[in-house]
Design a protein around this ligand. Structure first.
Ligand code: GUN
Length: 283
């Protein structure tokens, strides 16, 4: 039976720290502001954006929501981002993905000023992560690193296996583990011998997007298992890990819900604070 890595507890600790720093800045007359842009009516995106707004309010971060209609043109969206890039009161800009198909996601992300790119999706910030000189880290991998730190789990010298190679999770996750001296393998849909590779993992991160993909026979006794999955099946939320079976083998494991999910928003708050500090010449 493994130890539960509780994202609710750890995210609360991060938010408390961020909220304290936001209050200290406010006392010096510096307000922290985040602009969140959402285009269209995707129900999941609307929930994510509402949660981000709620978290901002709880921590004293000013949030401005720009809810744009589905038929917003590329130039309208670029105009808005251009204005927000130049607004002093806005420290961070987040454009909720996915965008409707007529909008070029790459072009939109590239138009956000790297100094305000709290998602860390801009190529400048991606490149900075690669060379290990970064201010912003994508929120999900950042949240996972925070969880490992809180639990005193060091990746150093460990075999770290990441399943999934997305730009948002898998690739940056691999880099962050590498920066902490982990020996990193990134697996994907074309990986051969996935089970054998996973069985070698001391730290296993599942970011696949398929419910209960990681089964107990893929997990080494005593491994640390991090589940990034958010798969809705018949209205119920499942992770990428077969939690009930895997928890009997792992030494520590994140649940779904209540694991990585809550960390993501906490790290967005952290990135927004970092942006405000940088823009005001602090730290
Ligand atoms: N859609 C799903 N996750 C994310 C995220 O972390 N940031 C943005 N901007 N969109 C998302």
């Amino acid at each position: 039976m493994s130890r539960l890595i509780d994202g609710k507890v750890i995210s609360a600790a991060v938010k408390e720290r961020v909220g304290g720093e936001v209050a200290a800045l406010k006392a010096k007359g510096i307000m922290v502001g985040l602009a969140v842009i959402i285009v269209g009516d995707d129900p999941a995106s609307k929930i994510y954006v509402a949660n981000k707004k709620k978290a901002c309010e709880a921590l004293g971060i000013i949030s401005e929501e720009y809810a744009l209609p589905e038929d917003t043109t590329e130039s309208e969206l670029l105009d808005l981002i251009g204005r927000l890039n130049n607004e002093k009161r806005i420290n961070g800009i987040l454009c909720q993905l996915p965008l409707p198909p007529h909008l070029d996601e790459k072009l939109i992300i590239n138009s956000i000023s790297p100094e305000k790119d709290v998602d860390a999706f801009h190529p400048v910030n991606v490149g900075r992560i690669m060379i290990g000189d970064y201010d912003f880290v994508p929120c999900t991998p950042a949240g996972i690193m925070e969880m490992l730190k809180y639990e005193n789990i060091s990746p150093e010298g460990k075999s770290c296996v990441v399943i999934g190679r997305s730009n948002i999770v898998g690739k940056p996750m691999g880099m962050l583990l590498l920066h902490k001296n982990g020996t990193v393998t990134i697996c994907h849909s074309k990986t051969k011998n996935l089970k054998e590779i996973c069985l070698g993992a001391d730290i296993l991160v599942a970011a696949v997007g398929r419910a209960k993909f990681v089964t107990a026979d893929m997990v080494k006794e005593g491994a640390v298992v991090i589940d990034v999955g958010m798969n809705r099946v018949d209205g119920k939320l499942y992770g990428d890990v077969d939690f009930d079976a895997v928890k009997e083998k792992a030494s520590a494991i994140t649940p779904v819900p209540g694991g990585v999910g809550p960390m993501t928003i906490a790290m967005l708050m952290q990135n927004t604070l970092t942006a405000a500090k940088k823009q005001n010449g602090i730290a």
